[in-house]
Design a protein around this ligand. Structure first.
Ligand code: FE2
Length: 180
């Protein structure tokens, strides 16, 4: 486990990866990293029963977001549009449910076949990586509150969210907090 002095150190490390962030290098930058939580405190907001998305930094190449998961908060089942996503767990425990997706035809307007394939629980310092439209999962806190640091490269403004019956819709991203 590596503890960084501040979240700015993580931002600097990500910026060193260049204008186009390679997923393997992002993963290597995040793996085993914990940020001194005093420097994260300004970015952490909480909402009962759900998770909040708190922007740390955003440029053309990536965005870094602190997600605060209230007890038992879960995301929707979702894809990752045209972006690569990686996150590292700071504290708490997070469950990732992975889904296999198949469209019955080439139309995204009809329901897809969605099958849960595996479940994995992450602990502090562990990472998860996702890429693109076929990488579908659901993430949730499973042992009280949790904080995760997510890197989306490039920034993600919308993704597709799924119900368990395979129906889906475009969902636009929003931040619960952002630096002034
Ligand atoms: Fe995700």
């Amino acid at each position: 486990m590596t503890t960084l002095h501040g979240v700015d150190d993580l931002v600097a490390a990500l910026r060193e990866l260049g204008d186009i962030l390679q997923p393997v290098r992002v993963a290597a930058t995040l793996r085993g990293v914990r940020v001194d939580e005093r420097t994260l405190a300004p970015y952490l907001t909480w909402s009962s029963g759900r998770y909040t998305r708190n922007l740390v930094v955003r440029d053309a190449g990536f965005e870094l977001i602190a997600l605060c998961w209230d007890k038992d908060a879960r995301s929707a089942i979702h894809d990752h549009a045209d972006s690569d996503c990686a996150f590292v767990l700071q504290n708490g425990a997070i469950t990732c449910e992975n889904y296999r997706i198949a469209w019955p035809d080439d139309s995204a307007d009809s329901a897809c076949n969605l099958t849960r394939t595996s479940t994995r629980t992450l602990r502090a310092g562990e990472i998860d990586m996702r890429s693109g439209h076929l990488s579908v999962h659901r993430v949730g806190a499973c042992d009280g509150r949790a904080v995760t640091l997510h890197v989306y490269a490039k920034p993600i403004d919308a993704c597709r969210q799924f119900d368990e019956d395979g129906t889906s819709r475009v969902a636009y991203s929003r931040y619960d907090s952002a630096p002034a």
